[in-house]
Design a protein. Structure first.
Ligand code: IVH
Length: 670
């Protein structure tokens, strides 16, 4: 083909391909088949190969991922990329609205509500309608040039419908479904999983080689326009979002124009309810003053605009199906039913199992195998089943009943008086022994690096370790015979075991897994008795004399040390040279008393802790948690949707901590 003719055809092809790309990736409404699209693309690539001088910046061939860059260039943002003020409760949203209302002294303020996409902020520079450069947020003032990677995102237009010059802002993300597929693919390639879609998106954009980004299912929603020249006159944020859509950008469908506070509150609730079903992850709602002139009048602080706020959601729910119900035997013999789920992405991690707690809860929730269920996850906590979607039942679901014998040792299960849980009381039950080995080696206990769950299981099943005492008699020649255990890993494990012998007494106490003896009790006991033998022979009175140590712990300790199994294990540990004494002057042992004398009240739902965990954390530092707010309360920890306790606290002028404040506070004080 002659060059002239080729140029003409290339123009046609570019226009066609970009148009169909738009139909497919922005409108989600393809007009031609994939094969037809590929044919057009192939023709374009061939012509461009013949006449490289005809390649333009808006050619769809740019999407494939060109040459790697050698480093990331710095890009100065024309307007700083600020962050947002976070709001965790409806009462704080009311405060935000009132604050704005005071400035304008008018009744109703119009806001725009947008889902807060959990991805990465990017800034895109278009010159005369053509994509020129794109960058990360960086420190808000200067970011890194990631144009080469952004070009690969199919939903970002290379050429706009109008020849404007503007800086455009949006969020790059990976859709939930694509994320699960991406991890599956990585698994089959022997590559490690990405922790969550956000990390995967960030990792993809921070590559020097754009061919990597081109293979990742990146997508982008656009939420802001900084007009420089040639743009339409706009007076509201809402209009600018519509305009961005007209220009060819993907603007979220769940945005909404909100008239006043009530509609804003309603919107937050609505999006919160819709969150589990959205095909992408969000972590809240962004509320922005609609009138652009008012935005300018309100201005911004050094950190965030005064005209916007992020209403953050806390824990999250997802929808899945119960594939099976199995029972799990814990280290103390407690038998709990566990739902095996179809993997579902919730709040940034893949959930495959959910605890059903005990038989009573199983019955109360009427859970069947095959049921579609709503799963709830809060922070690092074990996910739970909130409710069964009974209307989705097909009749093929199956009932589950708790076993009467232990699935691990086949002994009959018992229900101890006053307890809801079924228990396997066989001290030689393999499942319990394995759980005890896992616990012994865990981070909060002896902290034996390299001895994770699957190795603990292998060690037990192979017969090398029957109880934790045997760990210290392992030999390299035995270890290397295990699956996936090389010389180096065996040596490392032996070294970690050797090191753990020098641990302080409190760690050993935790590691032995005595019922009711958690970290705080272990520290108190270690500090007082100074030696394991003295704890073992202490009388009930000597133990209960200690502050914070009650009769429940004392009875449990005496029961534990009385048993022959315990005596055998302690003998092995002592023979191996495991330290049984308090390491005087060891800073680690001293109980953390940073909250001593402080009283906390918890209200609302927290993101990173359950109520129970927050309570334990406070108590582990010597603080107290009480139920109601009074003038004796020192702090109120307020989560999402706090109750009247928050109002009461405000009335009494008590310090209120958000979850973020609390995390900072508890870390600083350690
Ligand atoms: S507006 C000055 N709108 O949230 C206003 N941000 O916590 C700046 N984000 O850095 C942002 N979805 O990465 C805005 N619809 C949305 C958003 C959104 C997600 C992110 C963005 C920003 C962060 C602030």
């Amino acid at each position: 083909m002659e060059k002239n003719e080729a140029a003409g055809r290339l123009e046609q092809l570019k226009e066609l391909i970009n148009r169909h790309n738009y139909y497919y990736h922005v409108l989600d409404n393809p007009q031609i088949s994939d094969a037809e699209f590929d044919r057009l693309m192939k023709e374009l690539l061939e012509l461009e190969k013949l006449y490289p001088e005809l390649v333009t910046p808006d050619s769809p061939s740019k999407r494939i991922g060109g040459m790697p860059v050698s480093s990331f260039q710095q890009v100065k943002h024309l307007v700083p990329m600020l962050s947002l003020e976070n709001i965790f409760a409806e009462s704080e949203l009311k405060d935000f609205y009132r604050r704005i209302g005071r400035v304008f002294k008018t009744g109703v303020i119009s806001l725009v509500g947008e889902p807060k996409i959990d991805g990465l902020a990017v800034s895109l520079y278009y010159e005369d309608g053509v994509f020129k450069r794109g960058s990360t947020r960086g420190d808000g003032y200067t970011g890194e040039d990631i144009t080469h990677n952004l070009l690969t995102i199919r939903s970002l237009p290379l050429r706009l419908k109008e020849d404007i010059t503007a800086e455009i802002r949006g969020e790059v993300f990976i859709p939930r479904k694509d994320f699960l597929l991406l991890n599956k693919k990585r698994e089959s390639q022997g590559l490690p999983h990405f922790a969550n879609p956000r990390n995967a998106a960030a990792g993809s954009l921070r590559q020097l080689d754009p061919r990597i980004a081109a293979e990742r299912p990146l997508d982008a929603f656009i939420y802001s326009l900084i007009a420089l020249s040639g743009t339409k006159e706009l007076s509201t944020h809402w209009d600018s979002l519509q305009y961005l859509r007209e220009l060819g950008f993907k603007v979220n469908d769940n945005i909404s124009l909100l008239n006043g506070l009530d509609e804003a509150l309603e919107y937050c609730r609505l999006i919160g309810a819709r969150r589990p079903e959205l095909p992408y992850e969000i972590d809240g709602v962004v509320l922005k003053v609609n009138d652009l002139e008012r935005q300018r009048q309100l201005g911004h602080t050094s950190r965030a605009p005064r005209w916007a706020a992020a209403f953050k959601f806390s824990s999250e729910e997802g929808i899945s199906r119960i594939r099976d119900i199995v029972v799990n035997v814990g280290r103390t013999g407690t038998v709990t039913p566990v739902a095996v789920l179809e993997p579902v992405l919730i709040a940034g991690s893949v959930v495959k199992r959910a605890s059903l707690h005990n038989e009573d809860i199983l019955k109360e929730k009427e859970v069947l195998i095959g049921d579609e269920v709503v799963v709830h996850k809060a922070g690092d906590v074990i996910p739970e089943i909130v409710k069964v979607l009974k209307e989705k039942r097909t009749g093929k679901e199956e009932t589950f009943s708790m076993p009467t014998i232990c699935p691990s040792c086949n002994r009959g299960l018992t229900r101890l008086e006053g307890e809801v849980a079924l228990r396997c009381v066989n001290p030689a039950c393999p499942a319990q022994l394995i759980e005890r080995i896992k616990h012994f080696a865990s981070r909060g206990a002896m902290d034996i690096t390299g001895l994770g769950d699957s190795l603990a299981e292998q060690l037990y099943v192979s017969g090398l370790v029957k109880d934790v005492g045997d760990l210290y008699f392992l030999k390299k020649e035995d270890l290397v015979k295990l699956d996936r255990m090389g010389e180096k890993s065996a040596e490392n494990l032996l070294e970690a075991l050797q090191q753990s012998k020098q641990n302080d007494l409190f760690r050993l106490l935790v590691a032995l897994g005595i019922r009711f003896v958690g970290e705080r009790a272990a520290r108190i006991l270690a500090l007082h008795f100074k030696n394991l033998h003295r704890i073992a022979s202490a009388t009930f009175e000597e133990i209960t004399m200690l502050e914070e140590i009650g009769p429940k712990i004392a009875i449990s300790l005496q029961e534990f040390f009385k048993q022959q199994e315990t005596k055998d294990i302690l003998q092995k540990l002592e023979m191996a040279g495991v330290n049984f004494s308090l390491l005087e002057g060891n800073k680690e042992t001293a109980a953390d008393n940073s909250f001593k004398g402080l009283t906390f009240v918890l209200t609302g739902a927290l993101t990173n802790y359950t109520r129970q965990q927050a309570k334990e954390l406070i108590e582990s530092k010597g603080g107290k948690v009480v139920n109601s707010v009074s003038k004796n309360t020192d702090y109120v920890l307020a989560g999402d949707n706090p109750g009247s306790k928050l109002d009461k606290a405000k009335e009494l002028g008590i310090k209120i901590l958000s979850e973020e404040d609390f995390s900072r506070f508890s870390n600083r004080k350690t």
